[in-house]
Design a protein around this ligand. Structure first.
Ligand SMILES: CC(C)(COP(=O)(O)OP(=O)(O)OC[C@H]1O[C@@H](n2cnc3c(N)ncnc32)[C@H](O)[C@@H]1OP(=O)(O)O)[C@@H](O)C(=O)NCCC(=O)NCCS
Length: 182
């Protein structure tokens, strides 16, 4: 008799009900803590934006209508933070999904799908015609998730960097600063 391989997928057996709702001020700390666990710099380094309290506070104050949380038993177990934006010289409005995360215990139970659906509705109500997301090329879970949810037309983007510490202007400035501290 064939022995079937164990399915890779883990679906938790009993999870409490999860509510998706608009993010509130009282959620900011919990969202930040969850993001700290999910977006560690070593795991998903992005050079142009990072998960920090300042970015979260800014997003919350300017775009709270497109920031959602998933709550279970009074705890934040997921979030989707976005913003609607216009590009210069373009009549189109874009819905940007900036940060999406689900706590480990609740993964693969459809929470990100629910968050995404609700956020998409909010974007459409605000006249967005295109939705944009980005993630690290090696973030296979996120890529699988986005592809499963209808995202495509993938464009690879390469980040380059240069260490400025060897630039004479950097060295000069550092020396000047050291002198003023002495
Ligand atoms: C990516 C992430 C948000 C998905 O959340 P989730 O709630 O587990 O996603 P869902 O349960 O709604 O998954 C829906 C589908 O997406 C795909 N998917 C999700 N996670 C996957 C994984 N780890 N591997 C393969 N496919 C996956 C599957 O097709 C899944 O359907 P299935 O469970 O019926 O097979 C979650 O893994 C996460 O928080 N990751 C860390 C943060 C991150 O990378 N965010 C995205 C960039 S901002």
């Amino acid at each position: 008799m064939d022995v079937l391989p164990k399915p890779k997928r883990k679906r938790p057996k009993s999870l409490p009900p999860v509510e998706i709702r608009e993010m509130e001020l009282k959620d900011v700390a919990a969202v930040y803590d969850l993001g700290q666990k999910l977006f560690t710099a070593e795991k998903w380094p992005t050079l142009y934006r990072s998960w920090d309290d300042h970015e979260l506070a800014q997003l919350f104050s300017s775009d709270v209508e497109t920031c959602l949380v998933a709550e279970a038993d009074g705890e934040v177990v997921g979030f989707a933070l976005g913003r609607v934006t216009e590009k210069p010289r373009s009549a189109w409005r874009y819905g940007l999904l900036l940060w999406l995360g689900v706590s480990r215990r609740f993964k693969r139970s459809g929470i990100a799908t629910r968050l995404l659906r609700q956020l998409t509705g909010l974007f459409i109500e605000r006249d967005a015609r295109i939705m944009l997301v980005d993630t690290a090329a090696k973030n296979h879970a996120a890529l699988a998730f986005f592809r499963r949810n209808g995202f495509g037309q993938e464009i690879r983007h390469v980040y380059l960097s240069q260490n400025l510490e060897n630039d004479p202007r950097y060295i000069e400035r550092k020396d000047d600063l050291d002198d003023t501290l002495d």
